[in-house]
Design a protein around this ligand. Structure first.
Ligand SMILES: *[C@@H]1O[C@H](CO)[C@@H](O)[C@H](O)[C@H]1NC(C)=O
Ligand SMILES: *[C@@H]1O[C@H](CO)[C@@H](O)[C@H](O)[C@H]1NC(C)=O
Ligand SMILES: *[C@@H]1O[C@H](CO)[C@@H](O)[C@H](O)[C@H]1NC(C)=O
Ligand SMILES: *[C@@H]1O[C@H](CO)[C@@H](O)[C@H](O)[C@H]1NC(C)=O
Ligand SMILES: *[C@@H]1O[C@H](CO)[C@@H](O)[C@H](O)[C@H]1NC(C)=O
Ligand SMILES: *[C@@H]1O[C@H](CO)[C@@H](O)[C@H](O)[C@H]1NC(C)=O
Ligand SMILES: *[C@@H]1O[C@H](CO)[C@@H](O)[C@H](O)[C@H]1NC(C)=O
Ligand SMILES: *[C@@H]1O[C@H](CO)[C@@H](O)[C@H](O)[C@H]1NC(C)=O
Ligand SMILES: *[C@@H]1O[C@H](CO)[C@@H](O)[C@H](O)[C@H]1NC(C)=O
Ligand SMILES: *[C@@H]1O[C@H](CO)[C@@H](O)[C@H](O)[C@H]1NC(C)=O
Ligand SMILES: *[C@@H]1O[C@H](CO)[C@@H](O)[C@H](O)[C@H]1NC(C)=O
Ligand SMILES: *[C@@H]1O[C@H](CO)[C@@H](O)[C@H](O)[C@H]1NC(C)=O
Length: 535
């Protein structure tokens, strides 16, 4: 149980210290923790921007060097259903009327070649086909599939058929009778045409399909665009469970939104930096996971970020968002959603990094790296492992401002206590500092002017573990001057040059030794994440 008491750590400094006792019981229920649990989703129209500088590749290489596998890229999103294959195009791709406002995106083989060859070796791709255009029995989607595979080959692991298909009635793309039954019929029609193509039959490891791709959160009516029956429970009950075709199911989650006035007024950094809120947002998928488990097919967060409709600078690009994304990926994994794809757009306020200088809301902004990438870099150290890891939420580290996970090195369901390999703790108290408030790659008008009063609190954590007394542990920290910081973020001394992604510094791990009865004690600041691992 968490025992919290306020006491003065040092009379001279009068720093408020919170004493937190955590216990890591044996036999916690665990789920798989993939080395590439953290993935990206890239809006098709912005692909060319992301590969126009070396920043994206350099950052992905940084991650691959730690986890052993570069992050998966989904090339998909809204513009996936506006994409048309035009092999005769005299340029690689064209967004009409432009990339900011797009109703048609025409592509050729050269477009697949450009991004297919850009990313680090070993990058897996997912590509979203146009489900919207149903003319000639989806001839366009079927041609896109053949073209994508002809260029990408085995790098192409999954297709999606349409993006956020539960919004199709609202967008006027399907009649009001559009439902799970009709979706499955159309899904089978297109996927059958694809799997019966000669290129597919000849392929050694042909791509499977990521089905569903639903947007509306099950438990939040005001974020649902209309009443429909699209969810994983209904989809699997209706029979879309064929293992030879369905590699995974996807749902999208954006906890907050800038899409409409009501939700615009609800946007808040404090709401993002709150583990109880995250739990409410993520736990609504627990029944969906049960349905996916029953089908024996994993459910993933196929597109996500802090706030829909491109995010909100001042929230999406702060250190609070970095702590959120660490907590989010680990919480998702621990409820059985093994992969989370963070959406990218070249001028989106939530992007983890932006590849090129750009104009946005009357400001001239630079290419650069935002806080979320530091969250990814820290998470990469959690995901890195020689053997398959498993993860569990720690029940006694589960309050609105404190979250914890236990990670086991054995891939087996039946773990032994000695398999406890890592612990992660995230302090989500909002501490607004006075440094690192701006970042030339994001809007300056949203730089924080809120500063917390007094000294930054510290938390004295005492954990009882199954580790043997005398075991040496290493601590890695994700830190920043405050929840409101947009820069000066680091992971145990490592930062990245914002224009190039070049690593500056080396990880300086601290050491701690396990005490009597498996006791581990350390101190962390308000608004900080720590990784503790066996050396
Ligand atoms: C980008 O990377 C390529 C290939 O590694 C290299 O040849 C080129 O010099 C780099 N460009 C910049 C601007 O660093
Ligand atoms: C490509 O073709 C279009 C007409 O379809 C033409 O307007 C344009 O100038 C051509 N672009 C190039 C680079 O040749
Ligand atoms: C993109 O097209 C829209 C609609 O035609 C227009 O309002 C907008 O100014 C264009 N944006 C750019 C950057 O050209
Ligand atoms: C883009 O694709 C649409 C749909 O196939 C087509 O009508 C249009 O002519 C194309 N435009 C260009 C510039 O390729
Ligand atoms: C194709 O889409 C149109 C709307 O664009 C819709 O009216 C029609 O019913 C759809 N056909 C099928 C088979 O879904
Ligand atoms: C797909 O649907 C079209 C009608 O839209 C039909 O002509 C065709 O036979 C169907 N193909 C398959 C493989 O189901
Ligand atoms: C599943 O479908 C039924 C109608 O068949 C509907 O009443 C129910 O709300 C759907 N479930 C969800 C969670 O949408
Ligand atoms: C996430 O939780 C917050 C707080 O309860 C709520 O306002 C928001 O609507 C939730 N978002 C989603 C998508 O569940
Ligand atoms: C965090 O969210 C919970 C649930 O919505 C709320 O009760 C609590 O007051 C929030 N904590 C802070 C510090 O805002
Ligand atoms: C950009 O500047 C124009 C002209 O000064 C102004 O009308 C507009 O509101 C500004 N837009 C934003 C997002 O600040
Ligand atoms: C974490 O707390 C939530 C309530 O906020 C609870 O529903 C959930 O079961 C708790 N998780 C664990 C692992 O104890
Ligand atoms: C922290 O700063 C943000 C603005 O940057 C503000 O919205 C939030 O309310 C502040 N929170 C606290 C607890 O000071």
């Amino acid at each position: 149980m968490v025992k919290s008491s306020h006491l003065a750590l040092s009379a001279a400094l009068a720093v408020a210290a919170i004493a937190t006792d955590v216990s890591v019981p044996n036999h916690l229920p665990t789920r798989q923790l993939l080395q590439d649990a953290y993935a990206y989703s890239l809006e098709p129209v912005w692909t060319q921007d992301y590969i126009s500088s070396n920043l994206t590749r350099n950052l992905m290489n940084v991650i691959a060097d730690i986890t052993g596998k570069p992050p998966t890229f989904r090339v998909g999103g809204n513009t996936g259903d506006q994409t048309y294959y035009h092999p005769e195009l005299n340029i690689s791709a064209v967004a009409l009327p432009n990339t900011t406002v797009t109703n048609t995106f025409n592509i050729s083989n050269a477009w697949f070649e450009q991004w297919g060859s850009y990313f680090p070796q070993g990058t897996d791709f997912l590509y979203t086909l146009n489900l919207k255009d149903n003319s000639s029995a989806w001839a366009n989607a079927v041609q896109e599939a053949a073209a994508a595979y002809s260029v990408l080959g085995d790098k192409l692991k999954l297709f999606e058929l349409g993006n956020e298909i539960d919004h199709f009635i609202n967008k006027g793309w399907r009649p009001s009778t559009w439902d799970v039954a009709m979706y499955i019929q159309q899904w089978r029609n297109i996927s059958d045409q694809i799997v019966h193509s000669s290129w597919y039959e000849a392929a050694d490891q042909p791509p499977k399909f990521q089905a569903a791709v639903f947007a509306d959160p099950p438990w939040v009516p005001d974020q649902q665009d209309e009443i429909d029956d699209f969810d994983i429970i209904n989809l699997t009950r209706a029979g879309l469970t064929e293992h030879d075709k369905v590699g995974s199911y996807a749902v999208h989650l954006y906890p907050q939104s800038t899409c409409d006035t009501t939700r615009w007024y609800r946007l808040s950094l404090d709401l993002l930096s709150n583990h109880s809120v995250l739990w409410r947002n993520v736990s609504q998928y627990v029944p969906q996971v049960v349905a996916a488990d029953k089908a024996g097919i994993p459910l993933v967060f196929g597109e996500t970020n802090s706030a829909s409709c491109s995010g909100r600078s001042g929230i999406s690009d702060t250190f609070g968002a970095a702590l959120w994304n660490v907590d989010y990926v680990l919480l998702a994994a621990s409820i059985g959603m093994p992969k989370v794809y963070f959406h990218l757009g070249a001028n989106a306020e939530y992007s983890s990094f932006v590849p090129l200088p750009y104009q946005h809301k009357n400001e001239s902004l630079s290419a650069g790296i935002r806080s979320l990438f530091y969250g990814h870099y820290f998470t990469a150290h959690v995901l890195a492992a020689d053997t398959q890891q498993r993860i569990a939420q720690i029940p006694s580290a589960n309050t609105s401002d404190f979250s914890g996970y236990a990670i086991y090195s054995s891939g087996h369901h039946h773990r032994h206590s000695e398999d406890l390999n890592k612990l992660v703790f995230i302090d989500l108290q909002v501490w607004n500092g006075t440094q690192g408030l701006s970042n030339p790659s994001t809007l300056s008008t949203t730089d924080s002017t809120s500063h917390s009063a007094g000294q930054r609190p510290v938390r004295e954590v005492s954990i009882s573990t199954s580790w043997k007394q005398g075991t040496c542990l290493a601590i890695t920290r994700l830190q920043a001057p405050g929840t409101n910081a947009k820069s000066e973020i680091s992971v145990s001394g490592v930062s990245f040059e914002s224009q190039t992604g070049k690593q500056v510094g080396e990880i300086q791990k601290e050491q701690v030794v396990v005490g009597k009865n498996g006791q581990v004690c350390f101190v962390m600041q308000a608004a900080e994440a720590v990784l503790i691992e066996r050396k």
